[in-house]
Design a protein. Structure first.
Length: 341
């Protein structure tokens, strides 16, 4: 057996530590265990644990040691508890027991126990692994657990490493509004493993702000909510540019037509004067000139009318534009603009 001499040495030290002469240095025993009967019971449990330990039945030996600790606690007893924990793979707990046994041995000047503990303590410190869990998502009220046990927020926020036993471990995290996180991690001996926890927000779960209740009425009772909700008021219509653009373009076209007819009438009049000098009657020539003059005058009048409408439409409010209507009438010898504004 590995380090058998150290184990047997510690066992003998533990037996001496549980003797009546050494019980005065132990922690205070419970009232129900006080007296000689309690001392004998603790000694018997320790001896049974040592016999089970020699048979490599560490789980049963550990149960005996734990029962003896209910009566009294000594440095030797804590050493054997740590050894059984180490042999069953509970390295982190074993390291804590060895450290506690070493402190008690030094405080009580138990050199044999201190020497036996040092043999197991230093190599185990190298073997015990550590884990660091870091929460990368700043989620409020996040609950991070290791093997079903909540990890302190100070360890998660700072990513501080802490001891644990080697093997497979399960890291989980939950937070309101986020999907649950779960990851299995294989932790080997002598290694610090880092686990980054990243929570994914659940889509479509926007927080709806609370609506304040209606203020109470003058009678002290809360006003009953209306069973019919009115639709929101429509926003102001945007200014329509189509109608003023159309009237402006129409005014320009009519003005151009009036100018063109005026020029045609002048040309026809000049031609008529030249032709009438050699003819007896020029009524047809004069009639043609009058027609062009009438068309020119109508174009000018229509351009002025549409120009006025355009100015009104460009300067009126959107609601007034929606109510404005205009209609242009033209015919042989007539030209009129009708509308309402």
């Amino acid at each position: 057996m590995r380090n058998l001499r150290a184990i047997l040495l510690a066992a003998s030290v533990g037996l001496l530590a549980l003797a009546p002469a050494s019980l005065a240095h132990a922690q205070p025993a419970p009232a129900s265990a006080a007296g000689a009967a309690g001392k004998e019971r603790a000694k018997k449990l320790f001896e049974e644990g040592v016999e089970l330990e020699k048979k490599a039945d560490y789980a049963s030996a550990l149960a005996k040691y734990k029962e003896a600790e209910q009566i009294t606690v000594t440095a030797g007893l804590r050493f054997h508890t740590g050894y059984c924990l180490e042999m069953t793979g509970k390295l982190a707990a074993a390291l804590e027991e060895y450290e506690a046994a070493d402190r008690m041995a030094r405080d009580q000047n138990k050199q044999e126990v201190h020497a036996a503990t040092a043999v197991r303590l230093e190599p185990l410190r190298v073997r015990v692994p550590q884990i660091a869990i870091r929460l990368g998502t700043p989620a409020k009220d996040a609950d991070v657990q290791l093997d079903g046990v909540t990890v302190a927020a100070s360890l998660v926020d700072g990513g501080k490493a802490f001891r644990l036993d080697p093997g497979e471990h399960n890291v989980t995290a939950r937070a309101p509004g986020y999907k649950a996180f779960s990851r299995k991690v294989q932790v080997p001996e002598s290694v610090t493993t880092t686990v980054d926890v990243s929570l994914e927000r659940i889509t479509g779960t926007a927080v709806v702000p609370a609506v304040a209740p209606p203020p109470p009425t003058s009678g002290g009772e809360a006003a009953a909510p209306s069973s019919v909700s009115e639709p929101p008021a429509e926003g102001a219509h945007g200014r329509s540019r189509l109608l003023p653009i159309a009237t402006t373009a129409g005014a320009v076209v009519l003005a151009g037509t009036g100018v063109a007819m005026f020029l045609v009438a002048g040309s026809a009049q000049t031609k008529a004067q030249e032709d009438c000098a050699t003819k007896l009657s020029c009524d047809d020539r004069r009639g043609r000139v009058r027609t062009f003059d009438a068309l020119a005058l109508g174009g000018f009048i229509g351009a002025v009318g549409l120009g006025v409408v355009s100015v009104i439409l460009w300067t009126s409010k959107p609601s007034e534009q929606a109510a404005a209507t205009a209609r242009l009438q033209a015919g042989p010898g007539t030209f009129a603009l009708e509308g309402s504004f």
